[in-house]
Design a protein around this ligand. Structure first.
Ligand code: PMP
Length: 280
């Protein structure tokens, strides 16, 4: 990742500089997006771009680049430094202004940065991991992919200290999502995940898993799940663009199912891998 796109130019990352008065730095006033690229092909590109547009709209940052512009930027970044599998990170802040003021001036020029990082797509047998149940301390607009991730970072640190790979979060006993993933549980052959409301990020992987499940006649429900229901689920997994489908064997000391990768989870892992662009 030695080249980056910054405000219209592809430059070496060591030369990528933004103002100390950038609102992203001062106020975490910005949004981001993450697109996995398999074998040079962005996966679920339109869905990611639509979520990017929505994040911008929700916080009132103008959209300065369209989907075709983003495709061209990916091509430029990739040809500067070809990577077979990579992840595109897009960071957009409202821009910079002096003096600092919580309330932004009108007509600021957004700061736009994009990088490609190497991405080894999950391959081989998946292992069931341990997650830690923690109270969701984040704000109430988790549907916006904001760069304001301090809550998520604190929760990830707590989970790590508990020997877990990811926190699974709840608000008043209702499971919301992971700190950088959505969750699914399987009970009696049906698949459950939290509804798409302001308490979760509308995960692109979540939506894709729901589609794959529906196409293969797995019953799906988008409904709030309680902690007690989670503990007694047959299977559980987390999902995200970079982790794809990550089976959960334990929530703290509570074993989920037999603690191994369950049959419906395995079926969805196989379907997911078949659906992504060929990246052997
Ligand atoms: N929830 C949160 C809080 C996340 O940060 C992410 C990953 N960015 C997800 C869910 C999963 O989203 P996606 O499948 O689009 O990567």
């Amino acid at each position: 990742m030695s080249n980056v796109y910054l405000n219209g130019e592809i430059i070496p990352h060591s030369q990528a500089k933004i103002s100390a008065f950038d609102r992203g730095f001062l106020f975490a006033d910005g949004i981001y997006e993450v697109v996995p690229i398999y074998n040079g092909m962005p996966f679920l590109f339109t869905a990611h771009m639509q979520r990017l547009d929505r994040s911008l709209r929700e916080v009132g940052i103008p959209q300065t680049l369209n989907h075709a512009d983003w495709r061209a930027i990916i091509t430029q970044l990739n040809s500067a430094e070809p990577l077979e599998n990579s992840v595109l990170y897009i960071q957009i802040t409202r821009g910079s202004e002096f003096p600092r003021n919580h309330l932004p001036s009108a007509n600021l020029t957004p700061t736009v940065m994009a990088t490609l990082s190497p991405f080894p797509p999950p391959a081989g047998a998946a292992d069931a991991v341990k997650v830690a149940l923690l109270e969701d301390i984040r704000w109430l607009r988790c549907d916006i992919k904001s760069v304001s991730l301090l809550g998520n970072i604190m929760l990830k640190q707590q989970a790590q200290a508990l020997g877990a790979v990811e926190p699974i979060l709840h608000r008043a006993g209702r499971i919301t999502e992971g700190a950088s993933s959505n969750y699914f549980v399987v009970r009696d052959g049906a698949l459950y995940t939290a509804p798409n409301d302001a308490l979760i990020l509308p995960g692109i992987t979540r939506e894709h898993v729901l589609k794959l499940a529906r196409e293969h006649d797995i019953e799906v429900h988008e409904k709030a799940f309680s902690v007690a229901e989670l503990y007694s689920a047959d299977e559980c997994f987390l999902c995200s663009s970079t982790r794809e489908i990550m089976p959960v064997g334990y929530v703290d000391e509570h074993q989920i199912g037999n603690g191994q990768v369950g049959p419906i989870t395995q079926m969805l892992i196989d379907l997911f891998r078949q659906s992504r662009p060929n990246c052997a």
